[in-house]
Design a protein around this ligand. Structure first.
Ligand code: HEM
Length: 518
């Protein structure tokens, strides 16, 4: 098969299209897996490949040093993010203009050559909130505590038959109950109380989110826009009620959670919206996108965490042992899982990294602010660069190990055995978690100044949610299920229709029988 069209200049080779402007975009929309395979093959021959996707010309890149170049200040995220704010989130035009006007970026210091008064630095103000109220360890601790509370409540409601066996689908269950807990931990339970159909409406919107990002005209994507507007309106309705009831003059800096806005993250984001005079419609958009980032990635990865562990009896045994060692006594004297202990356990971390390595498929995107040389090719200012995480994550040279090819899930891939000599002079072996020198080829969260601020929270909650289920229930595997609910003989695989956009959900489900541990 011919993958490349001959390059006539010093430009990178181009992914060939049988019908220019049509073939790639058609394949992207109808068979992502095949499209990604073509890109992967092309990138195995050249570290930079040009690819036309409809009206967009994209430079796909691979290799740790090229990816590192992409995370330097000369490559920016703003144009891509503004596109997502416009199409996937549906911000109002006058509020979008506030982002477009500020070219100083999210960093503490304005980008060279740009200026704006401090009170107009909208990107920086947003980054500060994410840094302080999402990424910092005090924020992860308090958000995880709320999540543990709400998810515990959800798990206490099931199984309906008390200690009887009950059938569940892992994906089915988490999409409903983990999403309820995640949303409640961020905004407080009122959002779902006043919008009882919120979770169903959210998953419908999630299905269209990437299609929306393409910015197709309304008549071509009417269902997607309707799904987005439903969720946006639900978030707006909650925002208006909370805004009306909240006392904005009260001193709240020490309050981690309150009934109107929920978490401090949510309250400070609303304060930011007020500071930049956002309409309540745009505040609805802000929450649409926040829940998209949270749920689509974190819940899908928890589903896979459970499936991968439950699929392998030896791994299940070791993971349950590790989880059992992470209980501590809480203030009331009862035993509770400690999220920090779980997140620093070597085996549980190794499984978590492996889940993201194998099942995240995100095209990390930047636009060149200035001309730059990447992979030996001079690229012009304005060029859009994408690093497909899947290509880096499945690179055999980087991740392959004897008997465990990179394409395979291996829960212990990121464990290193070290020897220590005890005070009695005896040698003991210890397993430590280590990514080794491979972190440059691991990019589920992007990188640079725009790296995902929710990464620490995601790690903690993925492992915590999995541990809450595996320690609370006796579980028996029943079988695999196709997307239409019919039984399948084959283990479930990734749903590639979402490839490039976010973490991949399973295309189908794992059916279990479980009952509460006495
Ligand atoms: C497995 C889970 C997650 C994955 C794989 C993931 C992935 C990503 C990626 C790839 C980006 C873009 C980074 C870049 O361009 O360099 C991003 C941005 C972002 N993520 Fe996450 N994410 C996850 C969980 C979360 C969670 C739990 C939150 C919490 C609210 C979150 C909030 C955000 C936000 C707010 C941004 C935009 C930051 C900005 O505008 O600069 N993410 N995420």
């Amino acid at each position: 098969m011919f993958l490349f069209k001959k390059s006539v200049s010093d430009q990178p080779p181009r992914l060939e299209e049988a019908v220019p402007y049509v073939t790639n975009v058609y394949q992207y929309m109808t068979n992502k897996k095949l499209f990604l395979e073509r890109v992967t093959e092309a990138l195995s021959k050249s570290p930079v490949v040009q690819c036309r996707l409809g009206p967009m010309n994209i430079y796909c890149i691979t290799g740790a040093s090229n990816i590192a170049a992409m995370f330097r200040p000369a490559a920016i995220s703003d144009p891509w993010i503004i596109r997502i704010l416009t199409t996937t989130a549906g911000y109002q035009p006058n509020d979008l203009e506030k982002f477009a006007q500020d070219t100083t970026g999210g960093g503490r210091v304005p980008r060279p050559g740009s200026e704006a008064p401090h009170n107009k630095r909208i990107w920086h103000a947003m980054h500060q909130i994410y840094d302080e109220h999402l990424a910092k360890s005090h924020a992860v601790t308090s958000l995880s505590k709320s999540f543990q509370h709400f998810f515990g409540k959800e798990l206490d409601r099931v199984p309906l038959g008390g200690h009887e066996w009950e059938e569940v689908g892992v994906q089915d269950f988490l999409r409903q109950h983990m999403a309820t807990a995640v949303v409640s931990a961020i905004t407080g339970p009122r959002l779902i109380e006043i919008n009882p159909d919120f979770i169903g409406a959210f998953w419908k919107y999630q299905m269209y989110a990437e299609k929306l990002a393409f910015g197709m005209p309304e008549w071509m994507n009417a269902d997607g826009i309707r799904a987005r507007e439903t969720v946006r309106a639900m978030c707006e309705k909650w925002y208006q009620v909370s805004d009306e009831r909240f006392d904005w003059d009260a001193e709240m800096s020490d309050v981690a959670f309150e009934e109107n806005f929920g978490s401090q993250l949510s309250r400070e984001l609303c304060r930011w919206g007020k500071r930049f005079d956002f309409s309540s419609e745009s505040m609805g958009s802000l929450y649409c996108l926040l829940f998209f980032g949270l749920n689509s990635n974190m819940i899908f990865m928890t589903i896979w965490y459970l499936i991968e562990v439950l699929k392998n009896p030896d791994l299940l045994r070791s993971a349950k042992e590790a989880m059992a060692s992470c209980f501590v006594e809480d203030d009331s004297g009862s035993q509770k899982l400690d999220p920090q202990k779980l997140a620093s356990n070597p085996l549980l971390q190794s499984i978590y990294i492996e889940v993201l390595r194998v099942h995240v498929s995100i095209n990390i995107t930047r636009t060149l602010k200035d001309p730059a040389v990447i992979g030996g090719y001079p690229l012009a200012a304005g060029a859009v660069i994408q690093a497909p995480s899947h290509v880096a994550h499945l690179d055999e040279e980087v991740w392959g190990s004897d008997g465990h090819p990179a394409s395979e899930f291996w829960g212990e891939r990121h464990l290193k055995t070290t020897e220590a000599i005890g005070p009695d002079g005896k040698r003991t072996e210890k397993k430590e978690f280590s990514l080794g020198n491979r972190s440059g080829s691991f990019l589920p969260y992007g990188g640079g100044v725009d790296i995902c601020p929710g990464r620490h929270l995601a790690k903690t909650q993925i492992i915590l949610a999995s541990a809450m289920i595996l320690t609370k229930f006796d579980i028996k595997f029943l079988g695999w299920v196709n997307p239409d609910g019919s039984p399948s003989k084959l283990p479930v695989g990734d749903d590639y229709s979402y490839a490039g956009a976010h973490a991949l959900p399973p295309a189908g489900d794992m059916k279990l029988k479980w009952r509460r541990v006495a």
